[in-house]
Design a protein. Structure first.
Length: 283
């Protein structure tokens, strides 16, 4: 290698000029900007949180996540195509198990549909439970979570533990149906108050969206120890169980008590037994 003479400039072979590099960089930035505007350039993965549902045995859990355009956006999610899931919905499912368990889902907080940025607005948690052995011996209820950009000052902060818990309780309501007066059950799930008793509103709550990435929301459902009648003034409680009011006749399917607490009629259990007292069947 020889030394450079005074006035000579070094020559770098096969090296693009600074102007070329600048032009290429500007072109790449422009392409990515156009892609971002079209919904095709995403720099970071969608943030998510963990949704857990503690449920009793023989429960199935399904989560239905619903998304809306982010605040300030004027776009809309494309309409649902026939035979396909709506672009602004995501579904999650955990099937029946014979033991109490925790169902767990990773729920995205954001998504895109047709180039429109969407944020999570709500999650409906559908609970289905088996009460018998027949394929039709199933009933369901639901809980719900709502998500906002900002919560008011009257809402508590997200727990430092990283897990927000909501308590709920489910209870079986029993009734008779059809002319055979067969027993059917209805699943009834509600929130639980500070005293541990069921309240009238659905289980769940409202959460601030930007508090949730990487955190956990846990829904806990216990099963009430006792069943109770569905509807009022149709059953009378005795020490050994419930008796079905007679009503106007054996064919009267409504069969309100209307003050008559001495005349009752039999009913059929799911296994075919003719019974006079629920749930013990006989006195």
């Amino acid at each position: 290698m020889t030394a450079l003479q005074d006035g000579e400039k070094p020559v770098l072979k096969n090296t693009p000029s600074l102007c070329v590099i600048r032009r290429q960089l500007a072109r790449a930035v422009a392409i990515c900007a156009l892609s971002l505007a079209a919904g095709g350039c995403v720099f970071a993965p969608a943030q998510s949180f963990t949704l857990q549902a503690d449920v009793p045995a023989d429960f199935r859990v399904k989560a239905d996540a619903y998304y809306v355009p982010a605040t300030g956006e004027t776009c809309e999610a494309p309409p649902r195509k026939r035979g396909e899931v709506a672009p602004n919905r995501k579904f999650f499912k955990s099937e029946y198990q014979s033991v109490a368990r925790t169902a767990e889902f990773q729920i995205p907080l954001t998504t895109r549909a047709g180039g429109c940025p969407l944020v999570l607005r709500s999650v409906r948690l559908n609970l289905d439970a088996k009460w018998g052995t027949r394929w039709s011996d199933i009933s369901g209820d639901f809980a719900s979570l709502s998500f906002r950009d900002v919560l008011g000052a009257d809402f508590p902060d997200f727990p430092g533990s990283g897990t927000q818990e909501f308590q709920g309780q489910c209870q079986w309501l029993f009734r008779t149906a059809t002319s055979t007066r067969g027993i059917l059950k209805i699943l009834h799930c509600r929130a639980v108050g500070a005293d541990g008793q069921m309240v009238k509103h659905m289980a769940g709550g409202v959460l601030q969206r930007d508090h949730l990435p990487g955190r956990t929301v846990r829904m806990v459902f216990q099963m009430a120890a006792e069943e109770r009648p569905a509807g009022q003034d149709k059953w009378v409680r005795f020490p050994n169980g419930w008796k079905r009011c007679f009503g106007e006749s054996l064919e009267d399917q409504d069969a309100f008590c209307n003050g008559n607490t001495t005349d009752f009629k039999s009913f059929k259990m799911p296994d075919g037994r003719e019974c006079s007292v629920y749930p013990n069947c006989t006195e």
